[in-house]
Design a binder for this molecule. Structure first.
Ligand code: OAD
Length: 238
């Protein structure tokens, strides 16, 4: 499944960047948003509506209900073979950057250090007024609901549809993408920008682009080496 050409690239690369999406956590039991012709729905509402900036303004309790539900699902999920394989890569290459769209924290749980989290983290909240951050791990339902500094409502520390990505994380991801010789795009439908644009950026800057996904995506035709496989079965083979 891994070509000789890719093995050679992998064994000689110095600067490697990986972008992961929901698919890398699928084998841990975390449901993806899209895939298999389906999209996630919460109480009859498409997930991109409940996960939106507008819903935070109009119905924050319902947004919390959705995120607390997802935190409940995550409670029993452990990192899988794909997360552990990537955690080993950080010590193999002179320069390695792991960028994720996932908010589940499973890369860090597998031992990855300095993960660039483009879309935030579901186990954190922040104040809608003063932006104080709160660690809400293990607290279901979330707590605090109100900021202990200013009394305003707390919200999930997750980038929602209609919101900007954290500037520092995006900058770090883009720098790694343009400076790497090998870029892996793993378990993402490659539909959500700017994250999906990182693979294009990297390839245009000269990187060898590899996709790992059991399904085709809009990125597939652009890749040097698309691998149709589940992340948990292929990554441990590198
Ligand atoms: P999606 O749910 O859109 O796509 C998941 C991808 O994973 C699909 O292309 C599947 O084919 C693939 N997949 C499924 N199982 C896999 C496996 N075992 N190994 C490898 N790939 C597998 O997830 P994302 O692309 O991450 O945003 O979605 C992007 C963003 O949309 C998410 O970060 C989320 C959502 O709105 C926020 O939460 C802010």
């Amino acid at each position: 499944m891994i070509s000789e050409r890719l093995r050679e690239k992998f064994n000689t690369a110095k600067h490697v960047c990986v972008l992961t999406g929901a698919g890398i956590s699928a084998e841990s039991g975390v449901p993806t948003f899209r895939g298999g012709g389906q999209t996630a729905v919460w109480k009859g509402m498409p997930f991109d509506e409940i996960s939106s900036a507008r819903m935070v303004r109009e119905n924050l309790p319902e947004v919390w209900e959705w995120f607390d539900y997802r935190r409940g699902v995550l409670k029993d999920c452990e990192p899988n073979a794909a997360h552990f394989a990537l955690a080993k890569w950080q010590d193999k290459f002179a320069d390695f950057t792991l960028v994720t769209q996932n908010i589940d924290g499973l890369h860090a749980a597998a031992g990855s250090r300095g993960v660039v989290e483009l879309h935030g983290n579901i186990q954190r909240a922040y104040c809608t007024n003063c932006e104080k951050r709160f660690d809400i791990r293990g607290k279901i339902p979330h707590a605090p609901d109100e900021c202990d500094e200013c009394g305003a409502k707390a919200r999930p520390d997750v980038v929602l549809f209609g919101e900007m990505l954290p500037a520092g994380a995006l900058f770090n991801a883009q720098s790694a993408a343009v400076n790497c010789d090998l870029f892996f795009v793993i378990g993402t439908s490659a539909l959500v920008y700017p994250a999906a644009g990182l693979a294009e950026l990297s390839k245009r800057a000269g990187a060898f682009l590899v996709e790992i996904n059991p399904e085709e995506t809009p990125m597939t035709g652009f890749c040097d080496e698309p691998i149709r496989a589940r992340a948990g079965e292929i990554l441990p083979l590198f």
